[in-house]
Structure formats: C-alpha cells, structure tokens
Design a binder for this molecule. Structure first.
Ligand code: F6P
Length: 519
C-alpha cells in the first residue's frame, strides 16, 4: 500500500496551475530560507582585545562555533599566537614580549600581519561571513594598524572590538593553570616555572595596555564576565554577537546529557509519540536519580546547586521522577539570596523530540512501506529532510539556538533529560561537529554523557547506567530507536513474518544504540 504523505511535494494535485514555481535552490530536500541563517546580510570582523589569560580565545571560538553551527554563517578564527609559533618557534621567554625589546616587537608584528593577511583573504570571499582576529591588541596603535590594513584592503565589513577584562586573581590563576600551561608554549616546562614565566609575560603587556575607549569605535567590553559596556554597535549580526557574548563565561562547568529511559514506543520500534516508560525505562530512571546524587550534585564532598531540564513529553518527565530535591540557601552574583531547590525540574518545549508529523507513531519499516519516497528522501539528506507536517533536523537546530545560549550562560551543572534527535544537536554543537554530522551522532539509551567545555574544546565522558542484557530481560526483541543509514542493512538478516518488531531487526543490527561498546 505504497503512498505519499499528505502535504508531500509529490502529492500536489494536478489542477494546480503553477507554470512558474518557486524552486528552492538545492533540490527536493532544500530547506526553506528561514532555517538557513539568511537574515544576516553583513560581513563582520571581530577584533579581540585584552591581556593574556583573560579568555579571549575562548570567546572568539565560541562566537565562531555558535554562528557557524546555529546560523550556518561561515566563521573563522585567526589566532596570532599560532602564527607567532610558526614564525618564531614555541617556547619564547617572557623577555620576548617586553615592549622595549625591538626584536620581539618586530617578530610579533610580523605574526600579526601574517594573520591579518589570511583574515583579509578569508573575509573577501563571497557571502556573509565572520572572522575573529584573536590577539592581545592591547595598544591603540596596534588596533589602528589593524583597521588601517583592513581599510586599505577594501574590507568594508563591520568591525567590532571585544575586550575581555579579568581582574579576579582566582579566575586568572585558574586560566593560567588550566589553559595556558596546556598550550605548546609551556609543553614539558615545570608548572611553577611556567606560571612565573606567564605572569612575567602578562606584566610586559600590562606596561603598554590601553583599554578600549570611544576613540576605538564599535566595541563591547566584558568585565569579569559580569559587567558589559556596549559602544556604538548596530546591525543584526553584530548585535546577535553582542547578545551571545553577554551569555558567555569562562568558568568551568559540566553538562550531563541523557535520553529518557526506554519508552513503550522504543520497545515497539515506533518513532515519536508520547508514551510512558517500560519497566526497564523505569529502572533506568531509578539509576539516574542515584547517579545524580552520587556524581552530579556533590563536588569535593560539598553539595552544589544543579539544574534539571526535561522536555514536555511524558517519557522524559518520568525519567526524572526519582531525582531528589533538597533545598538550601544560595546566593547569585548580584548578592540576592534565595532558596535553591536542588535539580528542580524545568520543562522546556524546545527539548521535545523532532516531530515526525504524519509519520509520528510509525516504525521505520512502516514508513518505508507506506511512504517509500519520503523514506528515501530522508536517507538522502537527513539534515534537511522535513517530515510531512513535521520537522527536519534543521528546524530542530533553529529551535535549540536559544537553549544553547542558556547552556552557555549557566554556571551550574545542568542535567538534560531529552531525546535522541535533540541531544544529537546539542552534543554536536558542544563537541565541535559539523551540522551535517549531527543527525548521525550515537546517543545510546541508558547512558549519561558528561560534557565539560573548556577554552580549546570540550571534554567528554560516558557513563553506562544499564547494560544491554538488562534491557532485554523482558523477553522482547531489541528496540529500534534510530533511522537506519542508507545501504547499511547487514547481509544475511532475513525478515521474520507478521511482527513489526521482528521486521525491524534488520535495522537493530546496525543500531549504534544497541551496539554501543560500553553497553
Ligand atoms: O526512536 C526514538 C526517536 O527518539 C524518535 O522518536 C525520533 O523520531 C528518532 O529517535 C530520531 O532519530 P532518527 O533521526 O535517527 O530517526
């Protein structure tokens, strides 16, 4: 009974007289324009400013990541330190950075100009794009030089300075020890020696440091990730960057991502729906509560405030049902005191699973039989494919943009109890994956993924709370919880009659969830 889903493009009635159709540029799966980041029309050059170890690279990287992943805007970082290392070698002593050392000054200027030349080539290319020039740029003269070069090269794009000021000695020490000492500049150097050298290097920059002021033009000044001064910044994309930057901080914190426990629909191989948990799913919920108690809320023996987000669907709320909620006094950084409810559950609609529209509640096998063209189209381009009357991964990416900003903003650990499609996007964003890879990321049931973002990337650890064998104790066949990849059906797997679940075995054999190494 092959057919076409209502609203599918192939079901257009013959009577429609449309000799001049609006054809989307990239074929049948092309996304409508609003999910393509097309609202931005300007190129932007972001120029970082600040003393060493104030989080400039972290900020520049986050901006580029955010714009390229969520807004599909090409964005690239040009780190002068990388050019300096290539030109002069890695381990230069603090004296190299002394402003009274003419040789050091000359070499650093060469590195600056080499990075700038590449930035110019990059930003000159067609289309909206963002380039971040990552260096200390601590003198007015240096900043003027950069602007002059850009203007001479005919770069008409908007230029905004982002200055990071950090005078908290604890944060600085933290930055130096956790970030700087891990760079090639201090590889194999005794840590105490390295800290002393880095402080001397910083002091050299301090001698000539001129903070941004009105004469610099458009800028945002970030003071201790708490106060912000915005000067003369206008335009959709520049203000989008300002908004994002105001959500950022460089303090360490951890995210815990987990799917809901096994749902009744998982067991049947059905996608979507709003089913409750199976007994195995409920057992996972119990183990998750224990995990939260033992691994999340306590650090160094002390209870810390943590957040818990679920979707609005039953299976995630039930997965969070056994989590305990202590109360204790907590103080915000604005001095306000209030009662913190530990892991208080917040439901977020944008965490709801990718909506499969007309296919909601069907198995992949049923979709393939009933809507073969839809099935094939999804296999061709899983990122852009939009279910009839439903969503695509691109749609989901767009609705997760504000949530990702919330995650950037939070300073407490966050436990996200979500769904496969949703967590794939969040994971891909933080792990630096291309958006095209996101729909295929393995997010197994029964695992907690711990993500710890840091200045140069994101550290990942996975905890398997329930073994594959325990899942199958109910005597049922393995659930199918992920769209099979094209041409991946293993040879020799034969269909079994009548039972939909049995037919879906062909998919289960390649399902990364059931084949995850830790389970
Ligand atoms: O099968 C579980 C599920 O969360 C479905 O509800 C959802 O449609 C699907 O995973 C998303 O995975 P895929 O994009 O591989 O179809």
């Amino acid at each position: 009974m092959a057919g076409t889903a209502p609203n599918s493009p192939t079901r257009q009635p013959r009577t429609v007289d449309n000799p001049l159709p609006h054809v989307l540029p990239e074929g049948q799966n092309a996304a409508p324009l609003e999910v393509m980041g097309s609202t931005a029309s300007d190129k932007v050059v972001v120029i970082m400013v600040g003393l060493p170890a104030t989080g400039k690279t972290h900020i520049a990287k986050r901006i580029c990541r955010f714009l390229s992943f969520f807004h599909d805007i090409p964005a690239q970082i040009f780190n002068v330190g990388d050019y300096r290392r290539k030109l002069c070698g890695t381990q230069m002593p603090a004296e190299f950075y002394n402003p009274d050392n003419p040789e050091g000054l000359k070499a650093r200027m060469m590195a600056c100009d080499a990075a700038l030349a590449d930035l110019v080539e990059y930003i000159k290319q067609d289309g909206v794009r963002v380039a971040a020039f990552d260096a200390t740029n601590t003198t007015f003269q240096r900043r003027q030089h950069i602007i002059k070069v850009l203007n001479q090269q005919g770069i008409r794009s908007k230029k905004i300075f982002i200055e990071s000021i950090c005078d908290s000695s604890t944060i600085l020490d933290d930055n130096i020890r956790n970030v700087k000492l891990n760079t090639p500049d201090y590889r194999d150097v005794d840590p105490e020696e390295a800290v002393d050298d880095f402080k001397l290097r910083r002091a050299n920059y301090e001698k000539v440091y001129e903070p941004l002021s009105e004469r610099d033009g458009s800028y945002i000044k970030i003071i201790n990730s708490k106060q912000y001064i915005v000067n003369a910044i206008r335009g959709y994309l520049p203000l989008k960057i300002v908004h994002f930057v105001m959500n950022l901080h460089t303090l360490g914190r951890t995210f815990y991502l987990t799917r809901h426990g096994q749902s009744e629909y998982n067991l049947l191989g059905k996608i979507g729906g709003d089913s409750g948990l199976t007994p195995a799913g409920t057992e996972y919920a119990r183990r998750l509560a224990q995990f939260a108690k033992e691994q999340i809320i306590h650090k160094d023996g002390v209870e810390r405030p943590c957040r818990l987000w679920t979707s609005t669907l039953r299976r995630t709320k039930q997965t969070a049902q056994f989590i305990e909620h202590n109360k204790f006094e907590h103080m915000w950084d604005n001095g306000e005191k209030f009662e913190w409810i530990q892991l208080r559950r917040q439901e977020r609609r944008n965490l709801d699973e990718l909506y499969a529209g007309t296919c909601d509640g069907m198995t992949y096998k049923e979709i393939e039989e009933v809507f073969p063209e839809e099935f094939a189209r999804r296999q061709d381009d899983k990122l852009a494919y939009r279910y009839p009357r439903g969503e695509s991964y691109m749609d989901v990416t767009l609705r997760l943009e504000p949530l990702a900003q919330e995650m950037e903003r939070t300073r407490e650990p966050v436990l996200v109890v979500g769904h496969q499609g949703i967590l794939r996007i969040l994971y891909a964003y933080f792990m630096g994956l291309d958006r095209k890879e996101a729909p295929y990321v393995s997010i197994p049931l029964n695992n907690v993924i711990e993500l710890t973002p840091h200045a140069y990337g994101c550290h990942e650890k996975r905890y398997c709370l329930m073994m594959k064998e325990e899942m199958l104790n109910d005597g049922q066949d393995e659930p199918v919880t992920s769209m099979p990849e094209k041409g991946q059906a293993p040879p020799g797997v034969t269909k079994r009659d009548s039972s939909v679940m049995a037919e879906n075995m062909i998919f289960a054999a390649t399902d990364p969830i059931m084949n995850a190494p830790s389970c």
